[in-house]
Ligand binder design. Structure first.
Ligand SMILES: NC(=O)c1ccc[n+]([C@@H]2O[C@H](COP(=O)([O-])OP(=O)(O)OC[C@H]3O[C@@H](n4cnc5c(N)ncnc54)[C@H](O)[C@@H]3O)[C@@H](O)[C@H]2O)c1
Length: 396
C-alpha cells in the first residue's frame, strides 16, 4: 500500500517531471530524477529551487523546508542508479508511445519487483505500456495537471491489466501528496478531463469555422456569460496548439465522428509554429501578456452549446462505465477551473433542457457531437431530469 512507498524515481525532468519531483520532495519522499543530460537536470533543479523559494515567500512552506526538500532530490542520468531501490516510478518523458514503452521495459528490468510503474501520459495507452513489462498489474496511469506544484487534480487510470491493489495504492499516494485523485476505470483515450475539454474546443472551432462567431466573441461569451475562467481559444493557446492538435487527432481516432476535428482552424497555426502562449502567438498575441477579451462581444456565441456537448460527453463517459458523475465534476472543476462540473450543471439546468438543446443543434448541423447519448435520452424518458425531479445524474 501507499504507506510503503518511500523512495520514488521520476523519469523526465521537463515541465511536468520537475514539478512532480518537487511535490514528492515537499511531502517527504526521496526522489531520484532522471533525464538524458546533465544540463537538463541542472535546469530542472534550478526550476525546483526557484519554485520552492516562491512557496517560502508566500509562506506556504517554511524557509528550512526549501533546503530539506532539495536535499531529498537526487539528479542522475543513470537509470540503474535511479530505479534500483525505488518503490514507485513515474515517467514524464515526451508524449511518444515507442519511447515510453522502451522506458517501461528498461525500468521493469532494473526496478525491484514490488515497485509500481506509473505514466503521466495525457493520451497514450497505459495497457500498452504495461504490456512492455513483466508486471502489467503494477503499471498504472497517474495523470497530473500543469503546473503539478499548484494543480490539485490527479487522474488515476486503470490499464486493462492493472490490479485493484495498484490503483488503490496510487489513489492513496495521491492523497498523501495533498492532491485529489479521480478514478478513470478504463484505459480510454483522453481519460476524463481532456476528453470533455477536447469536445468543447471542437465545438468552438467549428462555430468559428462556420463564421458564426469570432474568436473573441466565443471567448467573451464563455468567460463573461458562462463564468469559465478562460475562453476556449485563450485556454487552447495556454495549453499549446500543438498539444491540442495532437490530442484532437487521438480523440478522433478513438471515438470517430463525434470528435471530427476542424483542421482548417488549428492546423495552419500549428504549421506556422504559432503554438499559443509559449510561442508568443497562437489564436491571440501573447507578447504583451494575457489577451484582453472584450466584454461587448459576449452575445456572439451561446455558451450553452459548450455545456450541451460537455454534458453529452459526460453522459458517454458514464454510459461506457469509465467514471462516475462525481469524478467527472471534480475533474472539470479542479483540472480546468470550471465553475461547475457538467453533471451538476445539467442537474440544475434540467437534463430535458440539455437534451432539447442537443436535438436542436443536431437537427441544424447534423454533426455527431450533438447527437444525444442514449443514456441522456433514457434518463429524460425516466423523468430523471435533475434536481427538480429528485434524480438526474445524481440522486437528491
Ligand atoms: N505539459 C503539460 O501541460 C502536461 C500536462 C499533463 C501531462 N503531460 C504529459 O507529461 C509528459 C511530459 O510532458 P512535458 O510537458 O513535461 O514535456 P517536456 O518536453 O517538458 O519534458 C520531457 C522531458 O523528457 C526528457 N526525455 C526524453 N527522452 C528521455 C529518456 N529516454 N529518458 C529520460 N528523459 C527523457 C526530455 O529531455 C525532457 O526533459 C508527456 O507525456 C505529456 O503528455 C504534460
Amino acid at each position: 500500500m501507499a504507506k510503503e512507498i518511500e523512495k520514488v524515481a521520476v523519469i523526465g525532468a521537463g515541465v511536468m517531471g520537475h514539478g512532480i519531483s518537487q511535490v514528492f520532495a515537499m511531502k517527504g519522499y526521496n526522489v531520484n530524477i532522471v533525464d538524458v543530460s546533465e544540463e537538463i537536470l541542472r535546469k530542472a533543479l534550478q526550476n525546483i529551487e526557484w519554485s520552492l523559494s516562491k512557496f517560502a515567500e508566500k509562506k506556504r512552506i517554511r524557509k528550512e523546508d526549501v533546503e530539506a526538500a532539495l536535499s531529498r532530490i537526487k539528479a542522475t542520468t543513470s537509470y540503474e542508479e535511479a530505479v534500483k531501490d525505488v518503490d514507485f516510478m513515474i515517467e514524464a518523458v515526451s508524449e511518444n508511445i515507442e519511447l515510453k514503452k522502451k522506458i517501461f521495459s528498461r525500468v521493469d528490468q532494473l526496478a525491484p519487483p514490488h515497485a509500481i510503474l506509473a505514466s503521466n501520459t495525457s493520451t497514450l495507452s497505459i495497457s500498452e505500456m504495461g504490456r512492455a513489462t513483466r508486471r502489467p498489474d503494477k503499471v498504472v496511469g497517474m495523470h497530473w495537471f500543469n503546473p503539478p506544484q499548484l494543480m490539485q487534480l490527479i487522474e488515476v487510470i486503470k490499464g486493462d491489466e492493472t490490479s485493484d491493489e495498484t490503483v488503490d495504492s496510487v489513489v492513496e499516494l495521491s492523497k498523501n501528496l495533498g492532491k485529489t485523485p479521480i478514478l478513470c476505470r478504463k484505459d480510454v483515450r483522453g481519460f476524463i478531463v481532456n476528453r470533455i475539454l477536447g469536445l468543447v474546443f471542437n465545438e468552438a472551432f467549428w462555430t468559428y469555422y462556420r463564421r458564426e462567431a469570432t474568436i473573441e466573441g466565443v471567448d467573451s461569451s464563455v468567460k463573461y456569460g458562462g463564468g469559465f475562467p478562460m475562453g476556449w481559444f485563450e485556454l487552447c493557446d495556454y495549453v499549446g496548439l500543438d498539444i491540442a492538435y495532437e490530442v484532437g487527432k487521438v480523440l478522433y481516432e478513438a471515438y470517430g465522428e463525434r470528435f471530427k476535428p476542424c483542421p482548417e482552424v488549428i492546423e495552419p497555426l500549428v504549421k506556422e509554429k504559432k503554438l499559443g502562449q509559449k510561442a508568443g502567438i497562437g489564436f491571440y498575441d501573447w507578447t504583451k501578456g494575457r489577451p484582453r477579451i472584450p466584454f461587448e462581444l459576449s452575445d456572439e456565441y451561446d455558451y450553452e452549446r459548450s455545456w450541451a456537448v460537455a454534458v453529452n460527453e459526460a453522459a458517454w463517459i458514464i454510459h461506457d462505465d469509465v467514471a462516475d458523475p462525481e469524478s467527472i465534476d471534480t475533474g472539470m472543476k479542479l483540472g480546468t477551473g470550471w465553475p461547475q462540473g457538467p453533471c451538476e450543471y445539467a442537474d440544475r439546468k434540467g437534463l430535458n433542457n440539455i437534451l432539447k438543446k442537443l436535438r436542436e443543434l443536431y437537427d441544424k448541423y447534423k454533426m455527431e457531437m450533438y447527437n444525444p447519448c442514449p443514456l441522456l435520452v433514457d434518463y429524460v424518458k425516466n423523468g430523471w431530469i435533475g434536481r427538480s425531479a429528485g434524480r438526474g445524474f445524481y440522486k437528491y
